[in-house]
Design a protein around this ligand. Structure first.
Ligand code: GLN
Length: 202
């Protein structure tokens, strides 16, 4: 079965590993380059995007992961992970880099500070069974998207907070801490489809 890695240098990677594990998806914490080998997908968790950026460079994960993403590896970024998958970031820290891939601009800390964290139930395109519980913690929002980016969910004020473009999925919020695992199921489905296609073409 395809293995989904979770980038485990900082942030709430344990929660993502637990959700995937609970769904019966083979997972692996990724801290060193060799742990990227053979993955069919990767989750970039929430945390602090500037720290994750720095640590992936220190742990020499940045270049190999960038290569895999450029080659089409499916990725799901939550919160800080969304920032790391964005081509453009507003209110970035000095020197902050992203992997990019999603043709969009995100605004970091857009919803305010830690005390402005909030929850909401959001309709999510492609997810059945009612709205998705979304927890926002110093979350970014998506300020503008290119033509290839599909907006899957919006905040109550109408900001785009979930997007997909090809093999990349991103949410401003944290489905890994709500007990509602439908976003992870959606990603696992994207990974399975990609793995099957890759097998058929090889
Ligand atoms: N504000 C954080 C950042 O800029 C993201 C917060 C989160 O991931 N919960 O990376």
């Amino acid at each position: 079965a395809p293995v989904i890695g979770v980038l485990a240098v900082q942030g709430d990677f344990r929660e993502h590993l637990a959700v995937l594990d609970g769904a019966g998806v083979p997972t692996r914490a990724v801290r060193r380059p060799s742990e990227l080998e053979g993955l069919s997908g990767i989750v970039i968790p929430g945390g602090e995007s500037t720290t994750i950026d720095k640590l992936t460079r220190i742990f020499e994960l940045r270049e190999p992961l960038q290569r895999l993403l450029d080659a089409g590896l499916p990725a799901y970024g939550s919160c800080a992970g969304m920032i790391l998958l964005a081509d453009r970031v507003v209110d970035t820290a000095p020197g902050q880099q992203t992997f990019g891939g999603l043709d969009m601009t995100v605004r970091r800390n857009a919803f305010g500070r830690q005390v402005d964290s909030f929850e909401a139930d959001l309709d999510f395109a492609g997810i059945e069974g009612g709205p998705v519980r979304a927890v926002f913690i110093r979350a970014p929002w998506v300020e503008e998207v290119g033509a290839g980016v599909e907006v899957l969910a919006r905040s109550p004020e109408g900001h785009a907070v979930a997007v997909r473009q090809g093999n990349l999925l991103a949410t401003s919020f944290h489905p890994e801490i709500t007990g509602d695992h439908r976003v992870h199921h959606l990603f696992a489905q994207m990974v399975t489809e990609y793995a099957e296609k890759a097998r058929a073409n090889s």
